[in-house]
Ligand binder design. Structure first.
Ligand code: MSK
Length: 647
């Protein structure tokens, strides 16, 4: 570990400057502000005004009599509801944009992926034959929006889960009805004096999370693809070194692609580029942070300047003319930090204002004009730039993998499938699969768990998919670049080389964890690996979770059958009952379980043991690291190396 809580040399460089200049960052505040030891474990109840009641030591019940198990379960369920709300409101906003586009409104937006529109229409049972894309889009948007307010029945995409999974949900009574209904019901149940049974509370938390994963998030991904294009592999660079000394640097940060897509278009506008030149810059350089960064990386190859804990560090470079933010994961500290530099912090969403920031409302009815106004503000700020210190640190990455592209790579347009991947797992060339997702958390060394886990998984023949800040966290160290091949297990390497994909696949932003649900479901239905997600030799890991969205994601993966491990600490450790319900209890009910384990080495150990156990249960050959790696390609590479050495 370095002197600072990060393994990123670019972050270290900026944190040294921050320390010298007495600038506060999340890294320094995490040292100064100690976490509340009672709230941290889930033992603090503050849902009524007889409290807050802190259930520690001899205090085993709050004023109303609630015990620590009820309190911890309630706190957890509210986190799930918070996370589900954030993702789902994002999905709702995209559905509204699609509705506007279908009606010929929404300046600058259009339907970019008609094939995806048709695929989504098919999922929804909407006819496509002989209809214009606008007519289909109108029905798709209307059906998508119905998912939020539906009171009975089920969210549309429940039918995309395996039959077995749907039966499990039905039997348990956790088929999600409508997104808003499940979230509101969680808030009602966890109000003072309503649902006081931890098991019952947690069961509804599962239902609420499913409304996110198979509802709001999946809709956000699908509609994002329809409007902005389904990602395909694309290569660029990452980290603070992508900022440019001689250009207007604009960073987009937050989550919703409706804003960032228009900023991308505005930044490429010849008039605005000329305007930037008139101010003495050589051009406009756009970069991303957090999941907005992932959205524009996946679809346009725009370089990310970093992940969650880089948002302040980017401003400290002194080279950022504007940081444009919308919703989620945006630190309030950015406003006071920006006062020390020339950077303009521009908020754009009516839902998310920050005192001290400049608010330029992003108006979707004149989206491109709004985006141009914002970019112009950034350009106007270029002459105010003072001393810059951009760390010359960056790495290459390949991103842009979608479920559709993976199908295509494994069989072409007409015979796309997951057969080669499943076969490779059956043969033991690939040991299993791991999803490494989620945030940075200033309480643990930035990227340490993410980096080590991804590196160890590929070395052990485990195919890795990454999303969110774990994806950018991996990419900063070359794990998404060709450098990774040398560190990849022989069997995994052989398969990936044959299929033409890297061993670490960037699947997108936080809402795009729904792409992983789709991939896992297809693997389960493809044949050879059981019949549902809980049969697969696969794990989901969130090593550095920071927010409620991560909790919602972890919970919907568990409800979908996955073994999920979170790092940092357990937010329910005060209750052995809740801890048991989330592990043994959920495993017996839905086949998946949720564990919290701060040590990444133990996460690795548990993950590999789980993968091997599932292989054994499926009757597959035990994984052998030396059995493969002697295919034609590998032999040819060795031969070529020998020839080259002999010259
Ligand atoms: S941005 S939710 S810190 S992944 Fe999606 Fe990163 Fe976590 Fe925010």
């Amino acid at each position: 570990m370095t002197e600072f809580k990060t393994i990123d040399p670019a972050a270290v460089e900026m944190l040294k400057i921050a320390a010298e200049e007495n600038i506060s960052t999340a890294f320094s505040r995490a040292e100064e502000v100690k976490p509340c030891p009672i709230g941290e474990t889930g033992a603090c109840c503050k849902i009524c005004f007889m409290g807050p009641c802190r259930l520690v030591g001899k205090t085993t019940r709050g004023v109303c009599g609630a015990d620590v198990h009820t309190v911890a379960a309630r706190n957890f369920a509210r986190m799930v509801a918070g996370g589900a709300s954030a993702h789902s409101d994002h999905g709702r906003d995209l559905a509204m944009t699609l509705l506007h586009v279908a009606k010929g409104e929404g300046q600058g937006y259009r339907i970019r992926d008609v094939a995806k529109l048709h695929a989504v229409a098919r999922y929804m049972g909407i006819p496509t034959d002989g209809r214009t894309k606008e007519e289909i889009a109108l029905d798709v948007a209307t059906e998508a929006l119905a998912n939020f307010g539906r009171q009975t029945g089920q969210v549309t995409y429940v039918t995309r889960a395996t039959k077995k999974r749907q039966e499990i949900w039905k039997k348990l009574g956790i088929v999600p009805r409508g997104v808003d209904r499940e979230v509101v019901e969680t808030l009602h149940r966890t109000h003072e004096g309503v649902d006081l049974d931890p098991e019952n509370i947690l069961r509804h938390a599962l239902r609420t999370s499913l409304a996110d994963g198979w509802g709001g998030s999946m809709l956000a991904t699908d509609i994002g693809d329809i409007l902005f294009g389904t990602p395909a592999p694309i290569s660029t660079e990452i980290n603070l070194g992508v900022l440019k000394e001689d250009q207007v640097n604009i960073i987009v940060h937050g989550h919703e692609p409706t804003l960032s897509e228009m900023i991308v278009a505005a930044a490429q506008d010849p008039e605005l580029i000329a305007y930037a030149k008139s101010k003495g810059a050589k051009g406009i350089n756009l970069a991303g942070i957090c999941c907005t960064g992932n959205e524009i990386l996946m679809r346009h190859g725009i370089s990310p300047a970093g992940n969650f804990l880089h948002q302040e560090l980017a401003i400290i470079t002194g080279a950022v003319e504007a940081m444009i933010v919308d919703v989620q994961c945006i630190m309030q500290a950015l406003a006071s930090l920006a006062e020390n530099y020339h950077t303009k912090l521009i908020t754009t969403s009516p839902k998310a204002k920050i005192p001290g920031a400049t608010h330029i409302e992003f108006d979707e009815s004149r989206a491109l004009d709004s985006a141009k106004e914002i970019v112009r503000t950034a350009i106007d700020n270029y002459p105010n730039r003072g001393k810059t210190r951009i760390p010359p640190i960056k790495n290459r990455l390949v991103a842009g993998f979608s479920h559709e592209y993976l199908n295509y790579m494994q069989g072409g347009i007409y015979r796309g499938s997951f057969r080669p991947l499943n076969d490779a797992i059956v043969q033991g060339r690939i040991r299993g699969a791991a999803g490494v997702v989620g945030c940075n958390n200033a309480r643990v060394p930035q990227d340490e768990g993410i980096y080590n886990l991804v590196k160890e998984f590929v070395a052990n023949d485990v195919l890795v998919v990454v999303t969110g800040c774990a994806a950018t966290g991996s990419a900063k160290y070359g794990l998404l670049s060709p450098e990774i091949w040398a560190a990849t297990g022989k069997g995994l390497r052989e398969v990936c080389e044959a299929v033409g994909v890297p061993p670490v696949l960037h699947l997108g932003s936080c809402v795009d964890n729904s792409r992983i649900l789709t991939v896992l479901t297809q693997m389960a239905t493809e044949g050879g690996l059981g019949e549902d997600i809980d049969d697969l030799p696969a794990v989901g890991i969130c090593p550095e979770y920071m927010c409620e969205k991560a909790i919602a994601i972890g919970t919907y993966f568990v409800a979908s059958g996955a073994y999920v491990l979170f790092g940092v600490h357990s937010p329910v450790s005060a209750s052995d009952v809740v801890t048991r319900l989330m592990t043994e209890g959920w495993e017996s009910q839905v086949g998946g379980k949720l564990e919290f384990e701060p040590d990444w080495r133990k996460i690795l150990e548990k993950s590999l043991a789980h993968i091997d156990k599932k292989r054994e249960k499926l009757g597959l050959v035990p994984w052998d690291p030396n059995r493969f790696g002697k295919s034609g390609d590998a032999v040819m590479m060795e031969y070529l190396k020998t020839v080259a050495a002999s010259k």
